[in-house]
Design a binder for this molecule. Structure first.
Ligand SMILES: [Zn+2]
Ligand SMILES: [Zn+2]
Length: 369
């Protein structure tokens, strides 16, 4: 039996303005499509609701970003010419406003959870984990994940915040922002060579463990191209729960980009919805076990538009414990494919898991066996 928890779905129609043009891989329609799918599934009720955020203010943005960066984005988007980074993230009219709405969604999620109005919240437009203090990067204008964490520290005095980043790409911006602080930041991502040279963004090796007071609090699980459900789940289960249980975060933040899906055209990992269901269930349970149920989820990558909304709807329903009234439609959310595990991969990933544990666990007094 599943129990329904009060859960918020955060969406603002201005998320659709996060539009980098018709040939760009990020399709903003996926936000609207996820909400429409949840409506069709019949998921919303008194406990499980859609909330519309306000725009983040420039003061909010400056919890993480420099004033120069914020104003630079505003100016370039107003002009609508050129790029916000080195060529992935075009400056277009409406993008600044949309980015502020997205950050507003993550802040509203934090407020709703901390004020006890909901246990869980999912900002479908959030998860912009590549942005750093001074620059946009990789389709990410402002880092709403890091902003939510800073906001929770400042507004609610939280000390222990865990961030689990499941996007197919390394959460480099978030890691950099907290690198010398004891904020537990765990990222599972594809890493290594690709046809372009190195797989984007190129960081996220096991050796990046944080520094100073942050030593041991940046945790990276680099995975090879083609990583499939069983190996991914083993990496997750062996590394993430022990660290979260030991750290006992006051809130669990989770960037849940679904560009890890086997149909995604950009990443090349091979997950199916099996992984998303198991992992969102596990993190939901961990949040109830150690964080008083406080669990804030962000979207992120996902570039195959038809699968993205299905994956996010499934994750949302799993966490909310909501029964979909439209059972037939609910069944269509699950991948039916069974992908064949690849043995050399399994061995390589087992070695990676062991290396991560050997590097990180002693720093938290967790035994390795
Ligand atoms: Zn719950
Ligand atoms: Zn990604």
């Amino acid at each position: 039996m599943t129990m329904t928890c009060k859960t918020a779905f955060l969406y603002h129609e201005d998320y659709l303005g996060y539009d980098f043009g018709p040939n760009h891989p990020l399709r903003p329609s996926r936000y609207k499509d996820t909400l429409a799918l949840l409506n069709k599934l019949g998921v919303f009720n008194e406990e499980v609701k859609h909330y519309k955020p306000n725009y983040a203010s420039q003061d909010d943005l400056m919890l993480v970003h420099s004033q120069e960066h914020v104003q630079d984005v505003e100016r370039k988007c107003e002009a609508g010419i050129g790029y916000l980074d080195y060529g992935d993230t075009p400056a277009r009219k409406g993008v600044y406003q949309a980015a502020c709405a997205k950050v507003g969604g993550s802040i509203l999620g934090a407020d709703l959870i901390m004020q006890g109005k909901v246990k869980h919240a999912f900002n479908v437009g959030g998860g912009l984990h590549h942005a750093t203090r001074n620059r946009s990067a990789g389709f990410c204008v402002f880092n709403d994940v890091a902003l939510a964490a800073r906001y929770l520290q400042k507004r609610y005095g939280l000390k222990r915040i865990a961030i689990v980043d499941l996007d197919g790409h390394h959460g480099d911006g978030t890691q950099q922002i907290f690198y010398d602080e004891p904020i537990l930041t765990i990222s599972l991502h594809r890493y290594g060579r690709s046809w372009l040279g190195r797989f984007y963004p190129g960081t996220g090796s096991i050796a990046e463990i944080g520094e100073g007071e942050g030593r041991g609090y940046s945790v990276n699980v680099p995975l090879p191209e083609g990583t499939f459900d069983e190996a991914y789940l083993e990496a997750f289960n062996e590394i993430v729960p022990p660290l979260i249980e030991k750290y006992e975060p006051e809130i669990l933040l989770n960037q849940f980009g679904v560009d890890t899906h086997y149909q995604d055209p950009l990443v090349g990992l091979s997950l199916t919805t099996k992984s998303y269901v198991e992992i969102s269930s596990a993190l939901h349970q961990l949040a109830h076990d150690v964080s008083n149920g406080r669990y804030l989820i962000f979207g992120g990558g996902g570039y195959e538009p038809r699968t993205v909304s299905k994956c996010w709807a499934l994750i949302f329903i799993t966490v909310a414990g909501a029964a979909a009234k439209n059972v037939e439609l609910y069944q269509t959310l699950f991948d039916k494919e069974k992908l064949t595990p690849n043995l050399p991969h399994a061995i390589k990933i087992q070695n990676t898991i062991n290396d991560v544990k050997k590097t990180i666990f002693p720093l938290h007094d967790i035994s390795i066996c």
